[in-house]
Ligand binder design. Structure first.
Ligand SMILES: C[S@@+](CC[C@H](N)C(=O)[O-])C[C@H]1O[C@@H](n2cnc3c(N)ncnc32)[C@H](O)[C@@H]1O
Length: 439
């Protein structure tokens, strides 16, 4: 049994809300299942691991490894969204099915989230990507497992360009990322963005002596104080009901440094210098991370692959170089490739053969502009996009030429191990052999 799993099912606190649905298993049922055996078919002395298989088996297995359980600092998961769809790659190969809905979907994810909670370190964070269909159900499940007090944000992401619907609703361009932490002492590197052009316009004053651009803000704040900040400064009391933001000594020092602007009537204001502004903290509405939306955007061709910049911001904010990051629904390997690029270690899991091939191909060749059209062989129809992979016969020459001019991935990713269930699935063995042959 994994360390830290509650021996009994938790009782509800007076304030707690619980989602009730058919066939909801107890914690005991979830943790008391048998382990599936996995073996390594490509190994490297590195903490980075790629698993082919069902993530429930893999998470359970990882929880038995003392050096991994409780050591993962960041989890990003982008599971199926209960769309009732069958996803194909751009080459029309089967990628994965997304057919679970309602209670079955909730329980599928809940089982995995219970294990992910065990695996996460005390300073760790989890980001869970879903859309409007199941986000509200899963928010309650996350509160149950991670604790409502560890909820941090529900990030609203613009996933695509505005759509010109004729339906009688507003266009649906958002999906959502739930951000929870294991505790309140979590890793956090405040991400910032530069001031917008509109905000810069607020810095409308220029200091004649230096040319510095600044804005004026009050030196007082609401509330009466009886200490230093409630006393007169340079013979002036703070306005009624207010106090100085700093004690008189600090105000004197600021004035000596030229940080205070005096109006004609002798009212002091604080100067805020545009050049000293380090940017504004990133907020919870993300408009800059749409998935591939034009012909120049680089992709693998795997369905539902996410924008690499989305992962860059999450990884930068919630982990540090050398940390271990886990993605249990790795798909095309976006989070793994970006974690690698940012000098983090990673564990990725997916049970789709197409995902497995795509990840190896991405590690070998990087990603390519989606608009690089190639004619599908034997077709007279319109040109369709097909991104050749190292598993396509005859595609390697084409890839080599294209790689020279298109690829910006400097180094191949090879320093990881591959784990598969026993007995080794024949198709996976072949894929790994082909990949090694090309490497
Ligand atoms: C939405 S996609 C992830 C896309 C990924 N974020 C990317 O950027 O490419 C969901 C992935 O979860 C995988 N998946 C679904 N159920 C799984 C399971 N039980 N075990 C492992 N992988 C699973 C699917 O094969 C699919 O690749």
């Amino acid at each position: 049994m994994a360390i830290g799993i509650p021996k009994k099912d938790k009782l509800l606190d007076d304030n707690q809300v619980e989602l009730v649905y058919a066939h909801k298993k107890s914690y005991q049922e979830i943790i008391n299942s048998d382990l599936v055996e996995y073996q390594s078919i490509y190994s490297h002395a590195s903490p980075k691991r790629l698993y082919f298989g069902d993530n429930l088996d893999v998470l359970r297995l990882l929880a038995t490894e003392p050096e991994i359980c409780g050591s993962i600092n960041l989890i990003y998961i982008d599971p199926p969204f209960a769309t009732e769809s069958h996803f194909l790659s751009r080459k029309q190969s089967k990628a994965y099915d997304d057919t679970l809905t309602g209670a079955m979907f909730v329980e599928f994810l809940r089982e995995r989230l219970i294990w992910l909670h065990q695996l996460l370190s005390n300073h760790g964070s989890i980001y869970l990507h879903l859309d409007e269909k199941m986000i509200f159900h899963i928010k309650l499940i996350m509160d149950e497992i991670f604790g409502a007090e560890n909820y941090r944000n529900m990030i609203v992401r613009q996933k695509c360009n505005p759509q010109n619907y004729t339906r009688r609703t507003y266009g649906k361009t958002a999906d959502f990322i739930l951000f929870y932490t294991k505790s309140d002492t979590y890793i956090w590197n405040q991400p910032k963005v530069p001031l917008s052009e509109n905000s810069k316009k607020e810095y409308q004053y220029i200091e004649p002596e230096t040319g510095r651009q600044f804005m004026k803000v009050p030196l007082h704040a609401p509330g009466v104080r009886h200490g230093e900040t409630g006393k007169p400064w340079r013979g002036k009391m703070p306005p009624p009901g207010k106090h100085w933001q700093y004690p008189p000594k600090t105000l004197d020092e600021m004035d000596a440094r030229g940080e205070i602007f005096w109006s004609k009537n002798g009212n002091p204001r604080r100067k805020v210098d545009l050049n000293e502004h380090s940017g504004v903290g990133v907020q919870d509405i993300w408009l800059e991370f749409r998935d591939a939306y034009n012909q120049n955007v680089k992709i693998t061709g795997y369905p539902t692959e996410k924008n690499p910049d989305l992962l860059r911001i999450i990884i930068a904010a919630s982990s540090n170089p050398g940390d271990l990051i886990l993605d249990g629904f790795a798909g095309s390997g976006t989070s793994l490739a970006i974690a690698d690029e940012m000098q983090r270690n990673w564990i990725g899991v997916d049970h789709s053969i197409e995902a497995f091939k795509t990840i190896l191909n991405r590690f070998e060749h990087g990603i390519k502009p989606m608009g690089d059209f190639v004619k599908s062989s034997g077709s007279n129809s319109e040109e369709v996009y097909i991104q050749p992979t190292l598993f396509d016969q005859g595609a390697s020459d084409q890839l080599d030429n294209r790689a020279k001019r298109l690829d910006n991935q400097d180094t191949k990713i090879t320093d990881f191990s591959i784990f598969v269930p026993s007995p080794i699935p024949a198709q996976i063995e072949d894929i790994v052999k082909t990949w090694q042959g090309n490497g």
